[in-house]
Design a protein. Structure first.
Lengths: 171, 486
């Protein structure tokens, strides 16, 4: 934890968007319109208060099944979410650049990719068995062309050869 | 006896005398009439030929709030957004009149199906951006209960525009505008181009702009069917017929400065049924002209352009059909999977089709070479002389290619400035236009539909301001010229 202070970089917005990523997840999970009114107030508060964001995350963790998010930081081991979810110790590490994201089985969709794409030093991305990742999402991955070295898309039911054809951006 | 005869004679009185005179003049007619009346009575009685209740299910309804002339992607998009933006469910009755339910000549389904944001006008870029978002979330917008989700077969491969020396500055300015509006476009030098796409011959290319995201091509038939399905589920009526006449009334008014103006209002649309002389007058409040290549004809029916030239009454709708050819060829050594839709500075374009080294492409002819739009016959010599040389020069692998198929389709070509016409007509107050997009109508259809629905419901554009595309510009001479036309 102390060494992470040495590699402080302006990755702060990432974690704000980290939660909006989960909001993005919730957008894909929740049925359209039914919970929208209840969510906008909480969303608005979540934009401004971290405690509320943490509460939202906790609530959404309960909704999204099988979200196993393993993050590997530079020179550190894997951090796994504890029983409560991601929000625990990762708040302290919000400025650390992230090298690998494993979002297997995650209900991540086009909007949720916003926070993954913001990680400019990302080297490994695993999107295995993500049910909402489709060709449109693959067309966004060109933004990671500079740093990405491993990409795994095994088992995604909605991608086709048309999306794979646009992966040529990743050299 | 005599008294009875007199009474009989006096009873009907004049009538008797009248009958008497008639009898003297035309005895046969009276008998003929009697037998006619007898026949009519016989047919009215059960078992006869006449039935007071006849089947009109093949005819459109007698009343409709909005009549949309044309059932292509633009017409259906307007219908969809009207039903979606109406204040109360079921508030607006919409009728879509389509002459050909097989869509054999419709521009929508014969189109190459590309979508791009690389335009020079900011309005066009915004329209395209919204449309791409619509297509991305098409299963949220066009979801119908119990029906399978739509698969648009979208290829996010992007568009690559090549520019020669003269066009390089314009391209740079365009890219600046595109980036401002939010399109993801990158500029490439010839060296970068050669490195990225080794099959290109960069001779004569000074600059290239490549769309990175939200550009590509998709299946227009799928979009059309999806819209049709959704729109039918929302309660829009479809009619298979042709609009032959508008019945309108005129109102002579004076403007604030005292000029005399004649405002027209369409009251009825006569829809003629196919293969028959039957027609149905549909009483309507608003007519939307989304007839594509034939919008000019519909506008003429409404009396637009009938007046001394140079006046507002004499300004015609400058949309006419222009024939464009699309050729499908096979080239075994051609560009690979990374090939975007490449547009050469000469006007020739091509894109990959499928995974078997097949390519689609064509070229827009110059004004002098415009083919006759009377039919959709394909001119193969046009490919040999006007398309192949440019393709082969740009992509050397295309020197050996074999044309497999070809077809022709219409552009609803706006001869004034090649951009769409949207919004109401200033004099025919209840006719709205959604046509004239000259080859980029399909990719802007969802957004244009929403804009026209907003004008009809609210009176002004709300999300995207399309005031440069109103009809008035033809009279005022203000061109909204689009430079990036394929």
């Amino acid at each position: 934890m102390a060494a992470s202070g040495a590699s402080l970089r302006l990755v702060a917005p990432v974690w704000n968007r980290g939660t909006s990523g989960i909001r993005g997840l919730s957008r894909s999970v929740d049925p359209e319109g039914s919970q929208r009114k209840g969510r906008t107030l909480l969303q608005f508060l979540a934009d401004h208060f971290y405690d509320v964001e943490a509460v939202r995350e906790y609530l959404l963790q309960k909704q999204v099944l099988k979200v196993l998010r393993k993050n590997r930081f530079q020179d550190k081991e894997w951090m796994r979410p504890n029983g409560r979810g991601l929000s625990g110790e990762l708040w302290k590490l919000w400025e650390v650049p992230i090298e690998a994201v494993d979002a297997s089985g995650c209900a991540i969709n086009y909007q949720g990719l916003d926070n993954v794409l913001a990680l400019k030093e990302l080297q490994s991305l695993s999107l295995q068995c993500c049910p909402h990742v489709d060709d449109w999402c693959l067309s966004r991955l060109h933004q990671l062309a500079n740093s990405l070295q491993e990409l795994s898309l095994a088992g995604c039911p909605r991608i086709s050869e048309r999306g794979l054809a646009c992966l040529h951006h990743l050299q | 006896m005599l008294r009875r005869a007199l009474r009989l004679g006096l009873g009907p009185g004049l009538l008797g005398r009248g009958l008497g005179t008639h009898r003297e003049g035309s005895t046969l007619d009276w008998h003929g009439k009697v037998s006619e009346i007898k026949k009519k009575i016989q047919s009215v009685l059960p078992g006869g030929a006449w039935s007071p209740l006849c089947d009109t299910s093949h005819l459109p309804p007698e009343h409709s709030d909005v009549v949309i002339v044309g059932g292509g992607v633009l017409g259906l998009s307007v219908a969809y957004w009207l039903k979606r933006l109406e204040k109360r469910q079921g508030a607006i009755r919409v009728l879509v009149v389509e002459r050909d339910h097989t869509y054999s000549q419709a521009s929508t389904v014969l189109s190459v199906g590309g979508i791009r944001q690389q335009f020079s006008l900011p309005e066009n870029i915004q329209l395209s951006l919204f449309s791409v978002e619509f297509l991305r979330n098409i299963n949220e917008y066009l979801a119908v209960v119990d029906d399978p989700p739509l698969d648009l077969q979208f290829n996010p491969s992007g568009y690559l525009f090549l520019a020669s020396e003269e066009g390089a500055t314009i391209m740079e300015n365009n890219v600046k505008v595109q980036r401002q509006e939010g399109a993801k476009v990158c500029l490439m030098s010839p060296e970068q181009l050669q490195k990225k796409f080794p099959w290109i011959n960069t001779e004569g290319v000074a600059l290239a702009s490549y769309g990175l995201e939200n550009e590509g091509w998709f299946d227009p038939w799928c979009l059309l069917q999806g819209l049709r399905r959704k729109v039918q589920s929302m309660g829009v009526l479809f009619c298979h017929g042709e609009v032959t006449r508008f019945v309108s009334s005129s109102n002579h008014m004076e403007t604030a400065i005292g000029e005399k103006v004649t405002l027209k209002r369409i009251h009825e649309v006569h829809v003629k049924v196919d293969h028959s002389q039957e027609y149905q007058p549909v009483e309507c409040a608003i007519v939307v002209n989304a007839a594509g290549a034939w919008s000019g004809r519909i506008a003429e029916l409404a009396g637009i352009g009938k007046g001394p030239p140079g006046t507002l009454q004499g300004t015609k709708l400058p949309v006419e059909p222009r024939k464009r050819y699309v050729y499908l060829w096979h080239c075994p050594q051609g560009p690979g999977l990374e090939a975007p839709l490449v547009a050469d500075p000469s006007g020739a374009y091509f894109r990959r089709e499928g995974l078997g080294n097949n390519y689609l492409g064509g070229c827009s002819p110059t004004e002098e070479e415009e083919p006759d739009p009377g039919n959709l016959e394909v001119d193969h010599d046009f490919f040999q002389e006007k398309v192949w040389p440019y393709l082969a020069q740009r992509v050397p692998a295309f020197e050996t290619l074999k044309v497999r198929r070809a077809w022709a389709g219409y552009y609803d070509y706006n001869t004034f400035d090649q951009n769409g016409v949207v919004g109401p007509h200033p004099l025919v107050v209840n006719m709205y236009f959604a046509t004239g997009f000259s080859g980029h109508g399909l990719q802007q259809a969802p957004a244009v539909g929403r804009a026209v629905a907003e004008v009809m419901l609210e009176g002004h554009f709300q999300t995207i301001n399309l005031s440069p595309f109103l009809f008035n510009r033809f009279y005022l001479g203000e061109k909204a010229q689009e430079h990036c036309i394929i």
